[in-house]
Design a protein around this ligand. Sequence first.
Ligand SMILES: [Zn+2]
Length: 317
Amino acid sequence: MAERCITGAVDIGGTKIAVGVIDVRGHVLDRRESPTCPTEGFDAAMERVCGMLEDVARGVGVELCGIGIGCTGPVDPIHGVIGEVNFLPGWKGCNPVEWLAQRFAVATAMENDADAAVLAESRCGAGRGKDSIICVTVGTGIGGGIVLNGSLYRGVAGTHPEIGHHVIDRAGPLCFCGAHGCWEVLARGPAMVERMRSRMPPGSGARQGLTAKTICELARAGDAVASAEVVREGHYLGIGIANLVTLFAPQVITLGGSVMNAADLFMPEILATVRRHCGLVDWQRTTITPASLGRDTPLIGAGMVWRHRFEGAEARC
Ligand SMILES: [Zn+2]
């Protein structure tokens, strides 16, 4: 593929849509953003996406050789159709792949945003040059994507595996997924807040406005309750990660998302838990590391969705 091949990248989220142009090495050459405004309808959003894509391509002075899309899931990646997404009411069944392929007359592909993120890390980030990588995102929920043998892992009929919803404590709280004590319900950012609140005196002013971020700040300042919560969160994160190590023994696991902005606080307990739990696999050979691409991950991922689909597993940054 020619060095000049530039890909259009579209990241569709519930609150904003980002658009960019990406070179073969995964560099974001230019980008635009607009609110998603899902209630204005899918066609209106696509018109905005087209305007932004034309604008960035013109600005960089290139013809797009293809377009990749990462979309908040679930999506049908094979047919390019958006599924039942809470944040995109009324968009179920809409097809951004067909829409953009027709408008720009180029090959277009879509994956859900977790799969786009793992393609970004596997090709341009912490998993570069590796064949097996799991990319975990911890924020208001826990999601992830899996690359095995250099290819995106898909379940039956293109199903995205929901690694955030495997059960780690059957006595835990009920999750919307139907399970008690799944990884997400115990280790997502808001779970830290709920546990911390339950340990503070009723009526305490400090209970208000508490977030995962403020708990981490309190822990850094030496607050004992917050420090204990950080250890507890690290333990829950560690159980899930240990399970991934035992199940897949991947070369790399990356940890991203808002909670992982404080990865240094959680890492000691995560690694201690992996050490205790993973007696049957060579866990020392799995690199467990913070995600490496930061805020550009969704756009780089969208660009890599196109490369992965149309250039194959061998193509790297
Ligand atoms: Zn769940």
